[in-house]
Structure formats: structure tokens, C-alpha cells
Write a new protein. Structure first.
Length: 451
């Protein structure tokens, strides 16, 4: 006897990454989150077909593109995003990006159907959170165009996802006709227009887009990675006597293609409800996991050991004797210098100096590189000292390794890898508010902090 799919609200978080892509999902009235496989972000063309995340059995001789995200960031002013076909994928860059995003969305919908008996779109309200690097801190034409391209590709992907059944669309690991995809995208572009340019990071994050029962919004990666940890801080236990309603979080997300850094606050008002805040994040920093993987692979091959990219990725996270070599120290030093500069300029002159523990979380697939977390904490403390923060406050800085409620993973590193998608799926994203600056002497409404 066929069961009737259950109608409920689903919050889906998409982390479309440089090296890997993943999704996580919050479901109403379900005690545990749902997460998909971690997919390689590689796109491969075999003849007249395209495959997202092809797996290990695809030949290196096939036309492939390993980082669409990096291309969007590095070369947004190149050939037309939608009209010029690439030699590698046989599609435009826009068609390739939307192909990858739709593959992830369909993967999630299939899992929801098979594991939770949830059918979209007929009886489900879905809100999608898309993460993106901290492009919004870069005030230049290149970054504006990159962001606009990404947002337009997301709009087209959501339109396609809403108008077509998952059985008609691409999924990870399976070949899909380029001709069919180009036709679907062309129809979608006629049906959806490019969204208007949004000025200001706060307005951009709060903007909600909608097509019927499908909604989506954006969250920069430092905010997405930090949000689940920010909400896990126990304010009553961590704050000192007399100031029980304040929690501070410093987040460093070390991904494959970028390192994203941010500073966030969690407060309680007099009624006990939480308020979530984030300050301007650091600009996207391009020293990240891929650079170290390249160096690890190069080092071992110089020693006569042939190594695949995946082998180098595995060695990167292991205690194998290389992490004290000059190239590894230099990699960590560059990230730490970036952190020190950011810390010195955080525009919070009221709460940051207070002797409330400053929690530090390091997320991302490369966040578990040996020695990195400890050096990040040292760099953070050095930045605090340079801005004349008291030693007692600095001594309250601590690394946290939370096992997030609602999610059950075997290893701590899995939480770090999935932090961005988990944060992007958080149903409380709209509560996260932007603070451009907090002056030391500014008048604060009495209900912001519960005294």
C-alpha cells in the first residue's frame, strides 16, 4: 500500500564549494538533521553529456573543470556568462554553474523522498540557504560582477528546480545530455529575470527570494559556518556574574578555495529570547586548503612518492612529519597574518573588550590541518593585544569543539566540513542581524543585554 507523503517545512542549506559540495537539511518535527553525501565539485564532459561529481572511474583524459566557483571569482569579466560556450564543458559558464547547483538540489529532493517520504514541490514549503564567499567585502567591479553572476545562476537553478521534476534533471554521478540542459536553461532564462542589484551587505543577507512555495536567501560563508556554533554557546554558563546575556564567537572557515573569517555575537533580551548579530567579515582570503594540498603533493613527489590529489588531501590532515616544514609553516603564517589584521580592525569597541569568553571555532575541510587551530588562537590573541584588549579578556579566549545538537557525525572533522551547509540550513537565519559598528560610548537599548 502506497503511503501519502507528509506535508511540512524543509530548510535546506547548500554549500557549493571549490573542491567539494554538500547539503544539509532541517525538517519540521524531525529530531535529527538530514545530510547528503559530500560530492566532489568536478564537472566532466564525456561526448555530448555532462556529469557533476563523476566519481573515481572517470578518465583524466575527459574534458573536466575542477572549480567553477574559483572561475567565477577569478575571471568574472571574461567571456559572456550565459552565451559563450566553453571548450571544456561544451556549455556556457552560467549553464555549467546552474547544472552543478541543480544536481545538488535534486540530490537533496531524492533523499527527502526516499528517507523522509517528503514530496517537493506538491506538498512542501522549502527554504534554501545558499552560502557564498565573503565577496561583499571587496568593493570592486570584479567582485560585484562575480556576485551578480552567482545570484543569477541561483535564480535560474531555483526556477528550473521548481518547474521540473527531479526525474527530468541532472543528479550527481550520472551523465546528462548537454543539448537537453541547454534547452532547459534557455527556457528558464526567458521565465526569470536577473534580480536587481542589492546595495549593502546587510540588505543582501536579509533579502528573501520566492517562487511560490520555494524560497531562498544567501549567507556569507563565515556567517554560515559560525551560526550553528553561535547558537550552541551556553550564555548563562559562559558569561561572568553580572553579564549573563552575551556570547562572542570568532569563526575561521578554511575551505578548499578560500579562508573566510568573521566575528559574531549572541545576546539574550529580558524575555530570554536570543538575538544574533554579525559584524563585517574579513574579505575573502585566497590562501586555503588547495594551496597546501598542492604543496604536500609536490613535496612527496620530490621524495619519489607518486601521489594522487586525494592521497595528498589525506596526508594534509594527518600527523605525518611534513607539517613542520617551511612550506607548511608559511601556509599557516599567511592565514594567521590575515587573522591578526582582521582582529585589529573589528569595529566592536563595546563588547569585544569585555571579559566574556571569546569562543573560537575553526571549520572547513582544512580546519583540521595539524597545528592550525592552536596557531589561529595565538594569532587572534596577538591581534587582541595589539588593540590594547586587557590580558584578562585575552586569557578568556578559547577554542571550542562542539558536537552540534540535531546532528550526529562520527568524527569531529565531519562537523567542521559540514558547518557551512548546516548553518545555511538553520531555520533561524532571518534572526541574524548585521552590525556595521558598535561604539564604546554608544547608547544601547536596555533590552539588548539582560542584566
Amino acid at each position: 500500500m502506497e503511503t501519502t507523503p507528509t506535508s511540512r517545512k524543509v530548510c535546506l542549506g547548500i554549500d557549493w564549494g571549490t573542491h567539494s559540495s554538500k547539503w544539509s537539511c532541517h525538517i519540521d518535527n524531525v529530531d535529527e538533521g538530514l545530510e547528503g553525501k559530500i560530492h566532489h565539485s568536478t564537472l566532466v564532459r564525456i561526448g555530448d553529456d555532462l556529469i557533476f561529481s563523476p566519481g573515481e572511474n572517470v578518465s583524466e583524459t575527459h574534458e573536466r573543470i575542477d572549480s567553477l566557483k574559483r572561475i567565477i571569482i577569478n575571471d568574472p569579466l571574461g567571456q559572456s556568462f550565459w552565451d559563450a560556450d566553453r571548450l571544456d564543458t561544451g556549455t556556457s559558464l552560467g549553464e555549467a554553474v546552474s547544472f552543478s547547483i541543480c544536481s545538488l538540489l535534486c540530490d537533496a529532493v531524492i533523499e527527502l523522498r526516499d528517507k523522509q517520504n517528503i514530496c517537493f514541490p506538491t506538498d512542501t514549503e522549502m527554504e534554501i540557504g545558499f552560502s557564498l564567499p565573503n565577496w561583499l567585502r571587496d568593493q570592486d567591479k570584479k567582485s560585484e560582477v562575480a556576485l551578480d553572476h552567482f545570484r543569477h545562476a541561483v535564480y535560474a537553478s531555483c526556477f528550473i528546480f521548481k518547474e521540473h521534476s527531479s526525474s527530468e534533471l541532472p543528479v550527481p554521478g550520472k551523465a546528462y545530455s548537454i543539448e537537453v540542459w541547454k534547452r532547459i536553461v534557455n527556457e528558464a532564462l526567458k521565465g526569470c529575470k536577473n534580480s536587481d542589484q542589492i546595495e549593502g551587505i546587510d540588505k543582501h543577507i536579509q533579502e528573501l527570494h520566492r517562487i511560490d512555495n520555494l524560497k531562498w536567501r544567501y549567507l556569507v560563508e563565515s556567517c554560515a559556518a559560525g551560526l550553528p556554533y553561535l547558537r550552541s554557546i551556553s550564555l548563562e554558563e559562559e558569561a561572568p556574574s553580572g553579564l549573563p546575556g552575551l556570547g562572542k564567537l570568532f569563526v575561521v572557515d578554511v575551505g578548499a578555495g578560500s579562508t573566510d573569517v568573521g566575528y559574531m555575537l549572541r545576546t539574550l533580551n529580558r524575555q530570554g529570547s536570543e538575538q544574533l548579530h554579525y559584524f563585517p567579515p574579513a574579505a575573502t582570503f585566497e590562501i586555503a586548503g588547495n594551496q597546501l594540498t598542492d604543496k604536500v603533493r609536490e613535496y612527496y613527489e620530490q621524495q619519489g612518492t607518486r601521489m594522487t590529489w586525494q592521497d595528498a588531501e589525506n596526508r594534509k590532515l594527518s600527523e605525518s612529519g611534513w607539517h613542520d616544514l617551511e612550506f607548511a609553516k608559511n601556509w599557516r603564517d599567511q592565514i594567521c597574518r590575515h587573522i591578526r589584521v582582521y582582529v585589529k580592525g573589528i569595529p566592536d569597541y563595546r563588547w569585544l573588550p569585555m571579559e566574556v569568553p571569546l569562543q573560537v571555532v575553526v571549520t572547513g575541510g582544512s580546519g583540521a590541518v595539524p597545528g592550525l587551530k592552536e596557531e589561529i588562537k595565538e594569532a587572534l590573541c596577538a591581534g587582541l593585544k595589539e588593540r590594547d584588549i586587557s590580558q584578562r579578556t585575552i586569557n578568556n579566549t578559547r577554542l571550542i569543539n562542539e558536537r552540534l545538537s540535531y546532528w550526529t557525525f562520527e568524527h569531529e572533522a565531519e562537523y567542521a566540513r559540514r558547518a557551512v551547509s548546516i548553518g545555511a540550513s538553520d531555520p533561524n537565519k532571518p534572526e541574524l542581524k548585521y552590525l556595521a559598528k558598535m561604539d564604546k560610548m554608544i547608547h544601547i537599548q536596555r533590552d539588548i543585554i539582560k542584566y
